[in-house]
Write a protein that binds this ligand. Structure first.
Ligand code: NAP
Ligand code: F7E
Length: 324
């Protein structure tokens, strides 16, 4: 018989970076965790293999509303965290329609499935600082206007506003977390932090000679994913849904990232980083820096890991993985 006292949450995107950290957090909080996975021809659970036996993994896809309705009907979660997306900004120029289908319309499919199956479900939408794009003010907070600079950013603006709209139209407990870049040793290798920390470790180990990057001047507010999933959870524990910026309040350039990562293995970054126009973007987001005052005040949230601690953690993990 189902235990009605144990809270149950559904995570879309459970195989991704954030999905793995959120699943760990919810398990520690005593939840039954259901993870939505899309079908793949190969096993794709590297980030959650250590907790796999404590999760209920189910098949579904943000492209297919029927699959979402069935998962909600079968498992009846109290909370739904929508982390699934085509999340790589660069890929959104080569696959703009897929990005729109998943990252934008996928949110509507999931919200509508909730509205149909159980409108009392609490919903979290993974919104992004990419919505600020060509920033209208510095730092960016919940009141800053959006000016997205990529098909991904445009799709996230849609996902954000459809979340607000379903809250206002149907009274759903739907919150949007506007999260600035957050990273970890589980970050995908195509994102710049992991690309650099992995390269620093591989070059130190003599396995690679250089790393090719694009715009070294871009500045980002980089935090630690393990800290940021706590804010997601806190949003759904509130009586009223709302929108929150989650950020460290510090910004650093890609060049500084290179300095810190290579210094961590005793190398000078200038000897190994090659600028390659292939990694420049058709339109760039030059500067992001978030103001998370509202999250500090109303979620009692703060980050524990700073930029230097984060990059050193990632380099150490990459060095360790290569030694194995
Ligand atoms: P990630 O590592 O790229 O994970 C994305 C997840 O979405 C993966 O589990 C992927 O499954 C899943 N997915 C993709 N398309 C899907 C579909 N059609 N149906 C079902 N699942 C699908 O991303 P992340 O860094 O964890 O980010 C989590 C969320 O936060 C994303 O929505 C991202 O856009 C957003 N966000 C991220 C950041 C950041 O800095 N990390 C900042 C702001 C917002 P597969 O494993 O099968 O590919
Ligand atoms: O790029 C520059 C690049 O791909 C960061 C996603 O999680 O955060 C992420 O999006 C910066 C950009 O992340 C390379 O031009 C230079 O200015 O690591 P990234 P992103 O585009 O900021 C937001 C908040 C999300 O929501 C997204 O889902 O680094 N850069 N050289 C490079 N970037 C990459 N990837 N590769 C390079 O070689």
């Amino acid at each position: 018989m189902e235990d009605v006292l144990t809270p149950k949450a559904l995570i879309t995107g459970i195989t991704g970076q954030d999905g793995s950290y959120l699943a760990e957090l919810l398990l520690a909080e005593g939840y039954d965790v259901v993870g939505l996975m899309r079908r793949s021809s190969t096993v794709n659970i590297e980030r959650i293999s250590h907790i796999q036996d404590r999760l209920t993994l189910v098949s579904g896809d943000l492209m297919d509303e029927v699959s979402l309705i069935n998962v909600l009907r079968d498992h009846r979660p109290r909370e739904v965290y929508n982390l699934a997306a085509q999340s790589f900004v660069q890929a959104s120029w080569s696959q703009p329609v897929l990005t729109g289908e998943t990252t934008a319309l996928g949110v509507t499919r999931l919200l509508d499935a909730i509205r149909i199956v159980d409108p009392t479900i609490r919903f979290y939408q993974a919104s992004s600082s990419e919505m600020f794009g060509r920033v209208r003010s510095v730092p960016q907070n919940e009141l800053t206007s959006f000016y997205p600079r990529s098909p991904y950013g445009v799709a996230k603006v849609y996902g954000h506003w459809i979340t607000v709209n379903y809250r206002e139209s149907y009274g759903l407990h739907a919150s949007s977390g506007i999260l600035f870049n957050h990273e970890s040793p589980r970050r995908g290798l195509e994102f710049v932090t992991r690309k650099v920390t992995h390269a620093a470790a591989a070059i130190k180990a003599g396995r690679q000679r250089e790393v090719r990057l694009g715009n070294l001047d871009a500045q980002r507010d980089w935090g630690y994913a393990g800290d940021y999933v706590r804010a997601m959870w806190a949003m759904l524990q509130r009586d009223t849904p709302d929108d929150f910026v989650v950020a460290t309040g510090e910004t650093h350039s890609v060049r500084e990232l290179c300095e810190v990562a290579f210094a961590a293995v005793g190398l000078a970054w200038e000897n190994h980083v090659v600028v390659d126009p292939a990694f420049l973007r058709p339109a760039e987001v030059d500067l992001l820096i978030g103001d998370a005052t509202k999250a500090h005040r109303e979620l009692d949230w703060k980050c524990d890991v700073d930029f230097y601690g984060l990059i050193e953690m990632m380099v150490a993990a990459d060095v360790h993985a290569l030694q194995r």
